[in-house]
Design a protein around this ligand. Structure first.
Ligand code: FAD
Length: 476
């Protein structure tokens, strides 16, 4: 072993890809043998433990990554423990000189601590940007401050021009013959069993870098040209569904951005709209970097004294999709069946939990965190705070989504509801978003017995709205 050149360590995190991976490119450029490692860490205080749906994704994504590495000549080492301890130990054992990694932003302070600890052990650290369109330190107001409002943020991003060029995956990798022993992925127990609630995920999702690029190509071919108008209609499948791939770093937003450049026959306005959504992700990360407790504390501290209520039965009905409001129930059932929910319906279901049921946004955020395959520390937290009104660029408190009108506007034929709430499948267009107003005969014809085959509304929206407005006004 003393004969071989000392290796470098590449630490994979939420960047489970080989292409456009700045840390990997830099590590390969050294010409040193490579130890690729993924560490399962105990959750520190600012990072939430892995949700169950993400765990399912991670299992498959790590499998794909290990295969992609193997094809190019390197192994993936799996290890558990505090990252700084594991990395220091591996460096010591293998005489590795440097650790390369991409910054993930949800733990900027922790990254700094890790770098400091490793340097103390005599191991150099090289950290890279590349998970976002622009480095968060670069997009700043004229006064050099972080943005708090999206529109000027987006303008500033556009003024910076195109994101950096992307990089191809290395064709071969210099594996290290004396890599430390890897733990077995199966022993991490990331997949659900008894019951296997993720059984249907396999027909929908293809975790891993190849799956991410297939998704992007499919979107460009079949969704992009109708994105701007279609993205708000949950029954239509025109959005990219790249979110779980982006959340696990199997593809970069810069790759998605550049793939939509110079497309013949696609209206540039559609492309700009898609890129604007990618920029929302950057914006969420900017908020998270500015306020690392985004997932647990109100950005706006005047919400700290807000009088939330918690009715266990209401919360349970919400999680199960049994609130009696069809669009809310369809969304919550889509989430359960697919580990995903359409963006418009995420807003409606979140508003219903917060404003109709007056349940603390953090309870909803936790539920999403556990059930979404795209659970993302910045997007989830920023979006929940946006709906609650407690966030930086938040929805005004008086914007309370009416679940019936939202349903009728964005799912006018009720196709989305019928897909996920089959007990309402035979109800006609007029009542599909308001079964509780349907005459008895109409219900009978559709085979519905309210309170038995489908619930009556658990709250009356009009009075719930008044209650929410009164409570919101009380915090002035
Ligand atoms: P597309 O419309 O194709 O957009 C492309 C990409 O842009 C997305 O993959 C995503 O990375 C980004 N994006 C789109 N909309 C937003 C947005 N509003 N905010 C930030 N980034 C956006 N997104 C997550 O990735 N993870 C989450 O945990 C998450 N939780 C959410 C919770 C709530 C309450 C709400 C209202 C929204 C949440 N979102 C979250 C944002 C959004 O709903 C999803 O990113 C989007 O639905 C993913 O579908 P898509 O990939 O087809 O999106």
């Amino acid at each position: 072993m003393s004969q071989s050149p000392s290796p470098v360590i590449l630490w994979f995190r939420r960047d489970l890809r080989l292409s456009d991976n700045a840390a990997l490119s830099a590590a390969v450029e050294t010409g040193a043998p490579l130890i690729a490692i993924f560490i399962r860490e105990p959750a520190p205080t600012t990072v939430m433990p892995l949700g169950a749906a993400q765990a399912w994704w991670l299992h498959h994504s790590l499998t794909a990554l290990a295969n992609d590495l193997k094809d190019r000549g390197a192994d993936l080492v799996l290890a558990s423990g505090r990252a700084e301890d594991v990395l220091a130990e591996v460096a010591k054992e293998t005489c590795a000189s440097t650790v390369y990694f991409n910054r993930c932003y949800e733990r900027d302070d922790i990254d700094r601590d890790i770098a400091r600890d490793l340097k103390r052990e005599g191991v150099a650290v090289e950290a890279f940007h590349g998970q976002l369109l622009q480095d968060p330190q670069v997009v700043r107001t004229g006064a050099g401050k972080p943005f708090r409002v999206f529109t000027p943020f987006w303008k500033a991003m556009q003024a910076l021009g195109e994101p950096r060029d992307t990089v191809e995956a290395p064709k071969t990798l210099p594996g290290f013959a004396f890599s430390p022993r890897s733990e077995r992925l199966e022993d991490w127990d990331l997949l659900p069993h008894r019951p296997n609630w993720a059984a249907s995920f396999e027909n929908i999702w293809h975790p891993g870098e190849a799956g991410a690029h297939e998704r992007l190509s499919d979107f460009i071919e079949n969704g992009l040209s109708d994105y701007r108008e279609g993205r708000d209609v949950p029954a239509r499948d025109v959005t990219s569904r790249l979110s779980p791939h982006l959340a696990h770093g199997e593809i970069t937003p810069a790759q998605a951005w550049h793939a939509t450049s110079g497309l013949a026959g696609v209206d540039p306005a559609q492309v700009t709209h898609f890129r604007r959504e990618l920029a929302w992700r950057d914006f969420s990360y900017n908020l998270l970097v500015t306020f690392p407790d985004l997932a647990t504390r109100n950005w706006n501290s005047s919400f700290d004294g807000f009088q939330w209520s918690f009715d266990r039965k209401h919360f349970r009905a919400w999680t199960k999709g049994l609130t009696g409001y069809p669009i809310v129930d369809a969304g919550m059932r889509q989430l359960w069946q697919e580990g995903y929910m359409h963006n418009r319906v995420r807003m409606i279901t979140a508003s219903f939990l917060i404003k109709d049921l007056m349940i603390d946004w953090r309870k909803g955020e936790d539920w999403y965190w556990d059930t979404l395959v795209d659970a993302d520390p910045a997007n989830n937290a920023a979006s929940w705070q946006w709906v609650a009104g407690s966030g930086a660029d938040a929805s005004p408190f008086f914007r309370i989504f009416n679940p019936i009108l939202q349903g009728e506007k964005f799912d006018p034929d009720g196709d989305y509801v019928r897909r996920y709430v089959p007990e309402l499948a035979k109800l006609n267009r007029k009542y599909v978003h308001r079964p509780f107003e349907a005459p008895e005969m109409v219900l009978q014809q559709a085979g519905i017995v309210l309170g038995q085959t489908y619930p009556k509304p658990i709250v009356d929206h009009a009075s719930a709205r008044d209650r929410a407005l009164a409570t919101y006004r009380s915090i002035g």
